[in-house]
Design a protein around this ligand. Structure first.
Ligand code: CP
Length: 336
């Protein structure tokens, strides 16, 4: 932690051309196209040469406050920080909201005296925004009702491993227009890739996220389509993605959604409309027999455990970037 640092540095990307730094990861939007590229590049280095980075964050401390359950996010952040030489602490906040006992600003001003980075999994995006405003140390969104940036970055890293050129592929997301769909839309937009999102009427992605993704796509050349017909979304794509029909916190809507979403189930019949080489993706946990069948989950084209593994490498990259280790970006031709 840095007791001298009372305010976070401004957008340092412009100050140091060729280097990327980011004060917080509240939304994928915080990264911009250069930040998304930096995370994917650095994650590749960390995955291929982990020993190079094993003391990179030595002496640094991370605290995680989770208001919702987690398997992957908690363990990959913990394992990632430890493998970079740092320390991780976990606070189970599933029984009471983070600010139930004292104000968010008081919590933030305590935490910034003890730790170097705060990782939050919350319901309200405003909780993460508030923590980032009050705390002088970086804050990372480990899932909110609005976004799941670490997940989407790991997903696009997985697609890059499989297909190399993300500008040449199309991902179809089928199901609920939820936090994962939002982060996939924004990440796709920054990468100049293509995405089709098919949701039932009334379950489309957040309008502001869509507007932002479309605005970004004007600069990057990304292709974004919103549909309601799952077969049209999947036709000829390179990857088919789905997620739970009812996210954490929406359990009481489960029965209603179970009546609406079955046409969006990813099964052998639906995935047959995709390209023969198409991969199946899911952020997990999955509800087998609901949004996806066993035969798709367990097929040779399923990359669900690659996605889960890559949460580790991508989050190590995020921690390294946010904790002040500027990273020189690869030099690329503007036309590449
Ligand atoms: N995909 C994901 O965020 O998994 P957890 O809920 O287990 O962290």
């Amino acid at each position: 932690m840095n007791h001298q640092l009372q305010t976070k540095p401004p957008e340092a990307t412009e100050t140091f051309p060729g280097l990327f730094r980011c004060p917080d990861l509240i939304s994928t939007r915080d990264l911009g196209p250069r930040g998304v590229e930096a995370v994917l590049h650095l994650a590749g280095l960390m995955k291929s040469r982990p020993s190079v980075f094993q003391r990179a964050l030595a002496g640094r401390q991370m605290v995680m406050f989770f208001e919702k359950p987690s398997l992957r996010t908690r363990l990959t952040f913990e394992a990632g920080m430890t493998s970079l030489g740092g320390a991780a602490m976990f606070v189970d906040q599933t029984k009471a909201r983070l600010d139930a006992r004292e104000t968010l600003s008081d919590i933030a001003h305590n935490l910034e005296r003890w730790v170097d980075v705060i990782v939050l999994r919350t319901f309200a995006q405003e909780t993460i925004v508030g923590m980032a405003q009050y705390a002088s140390v970086p804050v990372i969104n480990a899932l909110s009702d609005l976004e799941h940036p670490c997940q989407a970055l790991a997903d696009y890293f997985t697609l890059q491993e499989r297909f190399c050129d993300l500008k040449k592929i199309c991902l179809a997301y089928v199901g609920d227009g939820n936090n994962v769909a939002h982060s996939l839309l924004l990440t796709c937009a920054f990468l100049g890739s293509s995405i089709r999102v098919a949701t039932p009427a009334g379950y489309a992605p957040n309008a502001q996220i869509v507007a932002d993704a479309l605005e970004i796509s004007k600069l990057t050349g990304a292709h974004i389509e919103l549909l309601t017909e799952p077969h049209a979304a999947v036709a000829g794509v390179d990857a088919v993605y789905t997620d739970a029909w009812a996210s954490m916190g929406q359990e009481e809507e489960g029965e209603k959604r179970a009546q609406i979403f079955p046409p969006y189930q990813v099964n052998r019949k639906l995935i047959a409309h995709a390209a023969p080489h198409a991969v199946f993706m899911h952020c997990l946990p999955a509800h087998r027999g609901q949004e996806v069948t066993d035969e798709v989950m367990d097929s040779d084209n399923s990359v669900i455990f690659d996605q889960a593994e890559n949460r580790l490498h991508v989050q190590k990259a995020i921690l390294y970037l946010l904790l002040g280790s500027s990273v020189r970006l690869p030099v690329r031709s503007p036309h590449a």
